[in-house]
Design a protein around this ligand. Structure first.
Ligand code: MN
Length: 753
């Protein structure tokens, strides 16, 4: 195990200004916190955070990152708390360690390949500081290096995760060396036999090619020094995994040198890169189609290099990368290559191709903000325009990430509700949604979702989404689906209405109304389908008499009971406003003979119905524990009764079919305000004078107590239900807050039933 002073020395070697005392404190604290804990290998647990810290010193990261690495498992695995870390190491390290704790909790979620991309975004979203991700990658690397000690099932899962999530993440962050090692370890974890086969074959080839690699290196060096170019030539054997992938992709055997070895020429500056290219292409034949210039056009993750393949000394194909030492550092370490150089903005700006954005923007939010921006851009899209767009949108700040019960990740915009979640899962799930459990608890569909929520959508096949949902949903997908469903539902209502009108009219002249008969008259009515005829009749665009005459030309029509005038659809007011049409259909429904109707009954509220979207001839009633102006409300069509108004959180709402929901809003006349009843539950200490205090607060706030009832009583507390009349929601909240401020009242909350 590395000694304390060794670690500190490694950091001081590349960063003489590093805080030595901080590193020492973190070392001692983590070692004590993990105490006698052991790893699966039997090693002391502390060896793990220490190795993670060591990996990060290879990346030359700052002292806070190294301290975070030492502390990264203490909150999750020991008695340490965030508050303690904050206090001992400051809030910066506290929040870094906290980020790692959060990610570890997320590790428990099962992940499928399709959502790996979303999961990477989630990692970024909860890592407000890029150093959290760097520690996480080092943590994963060390766990993968010591994978042989864990059980086969855990090994397989960790390897899959590494393949799908962590290796690509390292790649997008430009950390190629890390990516290759992670991939190779995961490859070995998943397919140990294949891995061994490739390793054995490599050993044979290494033997056979003995001397060849050196010969090529020497040849290259010679030609370059003849032209007096200063260059290092490195030959490296590729990892078993990347060799295996090439074999799979191209269905080739392992004979080609270029598939095993890569050569790298490192020079001082960009013009030397092109000079080297020229010299090499002059002396050896280039393989057509293999030249790529990533210097003039860098990859999105900042990678720069010239690539070419030549036919080498023994007629072997030789793959070459030509780059400057700075480019090489960035290619190996990616984001981490910049991490210690807080002022080196130029690199970031040129790397992400967003020079237009200007360095000032990138540094605005602290020394690491530009790194965060950079990584954000790496995770999404391939072109600079897209990068700029997403930077503007602050992509990840605006999102919440939730899970289905099976662990599928659903990314939604902030402010999204279970309704949005349901539509994001599938349009059918959205359309059938009748309720939601969030983290196992039944919650209103209006609840704003938070990061990490597990959402279970309850569905019913007979459900139609109410138009009112359109205002609750925030995603375009949900909204347009709700609109479409509402339109379809409306159309079905009209069609049903039209059909019933026709059945009744045909009955009067002694005919049956059948779809078949109607179908034969479609062309005469200039309609395409029977359903359209029904809907047109329902909308009064087509008169019943015209349809009857079209089907039975010689019919003698008695006085028609309904006499709809054909109207131009453009003349109808509010034609596209759901509520208008719904209420119109509804009022017709009420007058429908023999349907247990409510015709003739007067509205209890009387003349000024304080609800928009209602006609005054429809009876409107408030649910008892009702709604007050300012509340979000839903109207429900009660057969034989009229419309009842519910507060949107009312638990009773779930008793009604959503197709009976009607979108309504308040329409209060400020000149003529009314009071509305609301219900409050108060838990009071059993002390003399408690009741008087309740009455006093409500009286002072200008509320009327309508009714007060003891609900239950223990030796110390009494639950009381207070019915109070208020002007609006603000007024009600004032009363509730007033009550909450009284020490004798331990709980005050609004009741919705
Ligand atoms: Mn760890």
């Amino acid at each position: 195990m590395m000694r304390q002073y060794e670690l500190v020395e490694r950091v001081l070697n590349y960063d003489p200004k590093a805080d030595e005392a901080l590193l020492n404190r973190a070392y001692v604290y983590a070692m004590k916190a993990h105490g006698n804990q052991k790893r699966a290998s039997g090693d002391p647990y502390f060896s793990h955070p220490l190795e993670v810290a060591a990996i990060l010193t290879d990346l030359k990261l700052d002292d806070a990152t190294i301290a975070t690495a030492l502390l990264h498992d203490v909150i999750e695995d020991t008695a340490s708390t965030r508050a303690e870390i904050d206090q001992l190491f400051g809030p910066e390290i506290g929040s870094l360690v906290d980020g790692l704790t959060k990610i570890r909790r997320l590790d428990l979620v099962s992940k499928k390949a399709e959502q790996a991309e979303n999961f990477r975004k989630l990692l970024i979203a909860i890592s407000s500081d890029i150093r959290v991700l760097l520690v996480k990658l080092a943590d994963r690397l060390h766990n993968m290096r010591t994978l042989e000690h864990v059980k086969p099932e855990a090994r397989r899962r960790a390897s899959e995760e590494t393949f799908e999530i962590y290796a690509p993440l390292a790649g997008r962050m430009g950390m190629q060396a890390l990516r290759e090692e992670l991939e190779d370890l995961a490859f070995r974890g998943l397919h140990p036999e294949i891995h061994k086969t490739v390793v054995d074959r490599l050993a044979q080839l290494r033997d056979r090619n003995k001397g060849l690699v050196d010969e090529i290196k020497r040849g290259l060096k010679e030609k370059l020094s003849e032209s007096s170019v200063q260059a290092d030539v490195l030959g490296r054997e590729k990892k078993p995994h990347s060799i295996w992938r090439k074999m799979e992709n191209r269905q080739i055997s392992l004979e080609q040198l270029s598939d095993i070895y890569g050569f790298r020429v490192i020079v001082d500056n960009i013009s030397d890169c092109y000079r080297v290219l020229g010299i090499i292409h002059t002396h050896w034949r280039a393989v057509p189609g293999r030249f790529k210039d990533y210097i003039s056009t860098p990859k999105q993750n900042g990678y720069q290099s010239l690539h070419t393949t030549i036919v080498g000394p023994r007629h072997q194909r030789v793959e070459l990368q030509i780059r400057t030492s700075e480019m090489n550092r960035i290619a190996e370490y990616g984001v981490a290559a910049h991490a210690l150089y807080k002022d080196n903005i130029q690199v970031a700006a040129s790397v992400n191709g967003a020079a237009k954005n200007g360095p000032a923007d990138l540094t605005k939010d602290g020394p690491y903000a530009w790194l965060r921006h950079l990584v954000g851009s790496l995770l999404d899209g391939d072109n600079p325009e897209e990068f700029l767009e997403h930077t503007k949108l602050e992509l990840f700040q605006d999102q919440v990430f939730c899970f289905t019960p099976k662990g599928r990740l659903i990314a939604l915009p902030r402010g999204a509700t279970p309704i949005d979640f349901a539509y994001a899962v599938h349009t059918d799930v959205g359309n059938g949604c009748v309720g939601a459990n969030i983290n196992g608890r039944h919650m209103p569909l209006t609840t704003e979702l938070r990061n990490g929520d597990e959402v279970q959508i309850l569905t019913s096949v007979s459900q139609t989404p109410p138009a009112a949902w359109e205002r609750i949903a925030v995603t375009g997908k949900a909204r347009s689906a709700i609109r479409r469903a509402a339109r379809d539902a409306l159309r079905r209502q009209y069609a049903e209405l039209g059909r019933r009108l026709l059945v009744s009219a045909f009955a009067k002249i002694g005919h049956d109304h059948t779809d078949d008969k109607l179908r034969k008259s479609l062309s005469r009515l200039s309609q395409k389908t029977v359903d359209e005829v029904h809907a047109a009749v329902g909308r009064s665009e087509l008169s019943v008499a015209d349809v009857v005459r079209a089907v039975v030309p010689d019919a003698v029509l008695a006085q028609p009971s309904t006499k709809p005038r054909p109207r131009n659809r453009h003349e109808r007011p509010g034609a596209d406003e759901g509520w208008f049409n719904l209420s119109k259909v509804m009022s017709l429904k009420f007058r429908w003979p023999g349907s247990g109707d409510a015709a003739g009954r007067e509205s209890k509220v009387g003349q000024g119905v304080p609800i928009r979207g209602m006609r005054n001839d429809v009876p409107v009633r408030f649910e008892d524990a009702g709604a007050v102006p300012g509340d979000r409300i839903v109207g429900v069509l009660m057969p034989g009764e009229g419309i009842r108004i519910f507060q949107i959180h009312s638990p009773r709402l779930k008793d009604f079919e959503h197709e009976d929901w009607i979108d309504v809003t308040w329409d209060i006349d400020p000149e003529n305000p009314q009071r509305f009843p609301a219900r409050i539950l108060v838990t009071a200490l059993n002390e003399p004078g408690t009741l008087a205090q309740i009455a006093q607060v409500i009286g002072e706030e200008d509320g009327n107590i309508d009714h007060l009832q003891m609900v239950s009583r223990t030796s110390d507390f009494t639950d009381m239900q207070v019915e109070v009349e208020v002007w609006d929601l603000e007024h009600l909240n004032r009363i509730i807050h007033g009550l909450q401020s009284r020490p004798v009242l331990s709980r005050v909350e609004r009741l919705f039933e």
